[in-house]
Write a protein that binds this ligand. Structure first.
Ligand SMILES: *Cc1c(COP(=O)(O)O)cnc(C)c1O
Length: 401
């Protein structure tokens, strides 16, 4: 092998180190939970997307085991060959029924991951005759899906419905797609979905909503952002993930049956990949039972109380909060090295909070991304708040500043 090939990679990796941008993986032993052993040390974690604490729920684990006993370990093929099992059908029917108050004539289609669902959705609905209007801070999977779709992409500023309205008014494209996260994954704020839907209905556009962080969490029944805002329209195309609040893995699109049938026929990231293990679908039926039932409601109520306590209690001096009413609670620090130092100082206190740096967030806004879960207690929250305030304000009280 030529030395120069390797040299180039090593130089690039060295540049990442110099800029404080090298990512490192940490190894957890045991299930996803607030109390976890990480690289051999016991830690209190505020970093997972397991918002309802279902990833290690005994009923979900038992259903996964039962699913494996009933359907085996793997699906054996793609959905259109022979990998589509009864468990997938039951899950799709269940999801469509769950979302039906918001999506008339809805069907649902499951995917192995949310990343693939977004690639599938945008590449099948978009094309050279399409203008795709993309919110500025959308998730990477939506950005990649937009590229794969070969649509003309117009980016509108974060939350700016006036600019979007002007763009839609000027568009002559045969198909218009407005694409947005519902809960922005690094900021925790909500997209103005009612205003976006109004614009889409006025200008004849689809509204594609990525509810990765809303499904299971928002709305009284956990139906997500559409329930939170009480929206209903045949022009909505909804994507939810099943590896976050639902605690397992995978994702789904729910939309008008013609949209779903188009995905089955045309979406290459759906067609050319092995179907997810049916046991996962079986486990997800147990997750949905919890999300949809009394236990889900009480878990959401506890999570809400944690979010409100965090919001009311954390007082910062140098660092900055972003307004967020969701379990995603960012603390903006600024420079990459400072964010890494803050995460390291929390780590030394046994608290696991990830530092998020560019390109995931804009330059100069490196941050701690706190995520709260119904599995946390108020005592866990108090420990985190105490540590954050101490690190943010290292001057002892009374000392000259
Ligand atoms: C996590 C996430 C995805 C991807 O979902 P996976 O199932 O993890 O692949 C897509 N969109 C958003 C907004 C996300 O946060």
């Amino acid at each position: 092998m030529s030395i120069s090939l390797l040299q180039k990679l090593q130089d690039n990796l060295g540049t990442l180190d110099a800029k404080g941008l090298r990512r490192r993986r940490r190894t957890a032993d045991g299930p996803c939970a607030p109390r976890v052993t990480v690289d051999g040390r016991p830690m209190l974690a505020f970093c997972s997307n397991d918002y309802l604490g279902l990833a290690a729920h005994p009923q979900v684990i038992a259903a996964l085991q039962e699913g494996a006993a009933r359907y085996g370990a793997g699906s054996g093929a793609s959905h259109l060959i022979s990998g589509h099992s009864r468990a997938h059908v039951l899950l799709e029917e269940r999801l469509a029924a769950f979302l039906s108050p918001h999506l008339p004539s809805a069907r649902a289609l499951t995917f192995s991951t949310g990343y693939m669902a977004n690639l599938a959705l945008l590449s099948a609905l978009g094309g050279p005759d399409t203008e795709l209007f993309s919110e500025a801070v959308n998730h990477a999977s939506l950005i990649d899906g937009a590229r794969l779709s070969r649509s003309a992409v117009r980016v509108y500023p974060h939350g700016d419905t006036a600019v979007l309205a002007a763009m839609l008014a000027a568009s002559t494209a045969a198909t218009k797609l407005v694409v947005t996260d519902s809960v922005f994954s690094m900021d925790g704020d909500l997209a103005p979905l009612p205003a976006l839907l109004q614009l889409c209905e006025h200008y004849g556009a689809w509204l594609v909503v990525d509810d990765a962080h809303g499904f299971g969490v928002l709305g009284a029944q956990g139906r997500g952002a559409l329930e939170h805002f009480a929206l209903r329209s045949p022009q909505l195309v909804y994507m939810g993930t099943l590896g976050k609040a639902a605690g397992v893995a995978g994702a789904f699109v729910a939309a008008h049956e013609s949209v779903i049938e188009t995905l089955v026929q045309r979406a290459r990231p759906y067609i050319y990949t092995t179907a997810a293990p049916p046991a996962l679908a079986h486990a997800l039926l147990a997750s949905l039972d919890i999300i949809d039932g009394a236990e889900g409601r009480s878990r959401r109520a506890h999570l809400d109380a944690l979010v409100r306590r965090f919001d009311a209690s954390l007082v910062l001096r140098r660092w900055r909060r972003l307004p967020s009413a969701t379990p995603i609670q960012p603390v903006i620090i600024g420079e990459n090295q400072a964010a890494l130092a803050a995460a390291a100082a929390l780590d030394a206190r046994g608290l696991w909070v990830p530092a998020i740096r560019p390109p995931t967030v804009p330059r100069g806004t490196a941050r701690l991304r706190v995520t709260l879960s119904a599995a946390h207690g108020f005592d866990d929250l108090a420990r985190l708040i105490e540590a954050l305030q101490t690190l943010d304000n290292p001057t002892p009280p009374g000392a000259p500043t």
